[in-house]
Design a protein around this ligand. Sequence first.
Ligand code: ADP
Ligand code: MG
Length: 704
Amino acid sequence: MGNPLSNSIKYVPGVGEARARLLEREIGVVTMGDMLYHFPFRYIDRTKVYRIADIDEDSASAYVQFRGRVTGFGLSGEGRKRRFSVHVTDGTGSAELIWFQGIKWVEKRFEVGREYMVFGRPSFFRGELSVVHPEAELVEKYISRPRESGLQGVYPMTEKLSGALGAKGLYNIICSLWGIVRNSIDDPLPERMRSRHGLLSLGDALYNIHFPQSQELLKQAQYRLKFDELLGIQLNIQSLRAARTQRRDGFIFSRVGERFNGFYTQRLPFPLTGAQKRVVKEIRSDTVSGCQMNRLLQGDVGSGKTVVALMAMLLANDNGFQACIMAPTEILARQHYATISRLTEGLPVQVDILTGTTRAKERRGILESLSSGRTDILVGTHALLEDCVVFSNLGFVVIDEQHRFGVEQRAKMWTKNSQPPHILVMTATPIPRTLAMTLYGDLDVSVIDELPPGRRPVKTAHYYEQSRLRLFGFMREQIRAGRQIYVVYPLIEESEKMDYRNLIDGFENIVRDFPAPDYRVAVCHGKMKPADKEEAMRGFKAGETDILVATSVIEVGVDVPNATVMVIESAERFGLSQLHQLRGRVGRGGEQSYCILMSSEKLSADSRKRLEAMCQTNDGFRLAELDLRLRGAGDIGGTMQSGMAFDLKIANPTLDNQVLQLTQGIAMEVLEEDPTLSKPENSGLRGLRSRYSNEKGMDFSMIS
Ligand code: ADP
Ligand code: MG
């Protein structure tokens, strides 16, 4: 039979085919091992019993437990709206318990006059407390049950899943599962390591993460599981790194020639900042080292990363290599193309652009120029990743706004040459080095921590809908002063249709309030033809338009120094880093700039925190950290992890930075002694390394 951990979840009593399919679809659980590693995202204290009167709207997102004596119950509604309600009271207040499903079964369980312990998620309707699909059991039964700690896990769930399994469903499955797998859990960590770092055994950790025997044991269990996860990842990263730095096959850019020098002395329109100079030096020393460079360049929006990337690419050209720069959007690629063409005018540098919309004929020409070696710098979008894009001699790759690309996409670039090119990835989201490695894999980090001189911090304010007239007044003032304005609407895939509707409505409103010919308004969004989009952007850049109404396509990179106002509509729907990126579109010239966050008055606690943080600070570093904190916990299938090099189930790379550092040290130490992890005592660690190796396609083949 092998290890039960790799058996299908369907064999766990109470699961079966249908539920197994649901578990896979909803939370990606296929095997018993997957289920065992589906951890609660928080715990509730089942020893705490609330008074109904003390439960208020603030507790609406949490679970509560209260006693209630049944005063009556009944069925109402028809068909799918059919529901069973039970009315209870505890003397301080009353509540309604509601079931839409499993009615036949719950109906028989209640008796008027008896007292139940009720547990669930409260909600309020017209001020009255109700709980949908609660757990409820007779108080006598509740009291008689032995209870070790009172802590009960709450599992990440989807609505469909909790509908099908009921509130206790996952918990029950995990109870049965534990009986099957408890004796099959091998500890990957050598005994020596475990005792040195005071870690629980893996079996104890898994038991306590699901069934905490005390607060203290829960803490230790969490620590142990985070430790495994981060150690597994660090073993991967450090192996990758060791392999990369041992291979001496990095291209060597020994010459500084006419392109680099010509640009520096004739074309560069401003002196470089100290930070820019430092980063250029770092890249230069990497590219003569003989190792392949893999460098992350962090610099807040507007810090001038593009020029640094260009200089590195010219260096590659001077040494007979081609270079390319990949941007996440068409608009940004076009802008880079324009900037780079302008900045290299008069120099012997052939710059081409390739995007998804490049016409077939033109495309053939470019591909030909590329493979014959005529193209020096290729600018483009994801289109660069296609197999038909073949370079003659690619030596340097720049990936701009890299947080927008998945790991697979980055890894793919490495394989564009038989010998891996140097890689520079750029991001405006500053993160500590260990964290960056966890997010993006093995790399060195450079930072531009200085803005070009003369920039003034953007002033940010949060307005509600009722202040729209004031906003429009302010916009008119700015336009009178000769400034330009962005108005940005969110575009979320799931609600695309409605979002476009909002954008178009918003555009029409603005056209009404800012009529031609006094005002010139343009719109730019993803549904428009590329040529129209480009025309809208061009007009705005050229100062022919006062207001550009757009979706977040303009989020990254767009550079119009005369734009001083960024209005973000439904700002509560954007993530923090997106808001910060958008704000970075203004404040690029010498004028005072403004960012106005428009939102509805109904805000979740997290949205409120995000908007407040935006008003309080311009510091991208602090915002990035807060963003990870807000989005970290229990964000099932969350967006935060989607671009990450490694899947993290329990560790939060921001909050658990200490464990991250510790495991990094341990991984280096272990690998130094046993680089291939082939010693018998390290076989568990080898397993751990492959368990957490990146499934999303980081290219291990190139290093083996
Ligand atoms: P980001 O780092 O966000 O990609 P960009 O490279 O787009 O920033 O640069 C932002 C703006 O700052 C551009 O208009 C660029 O020309 C300008 N810039 C870059 N470096 C300097 C500098 N050293 N001095 C003055 N302006 C600069
Ligand atoms: Mg940029």
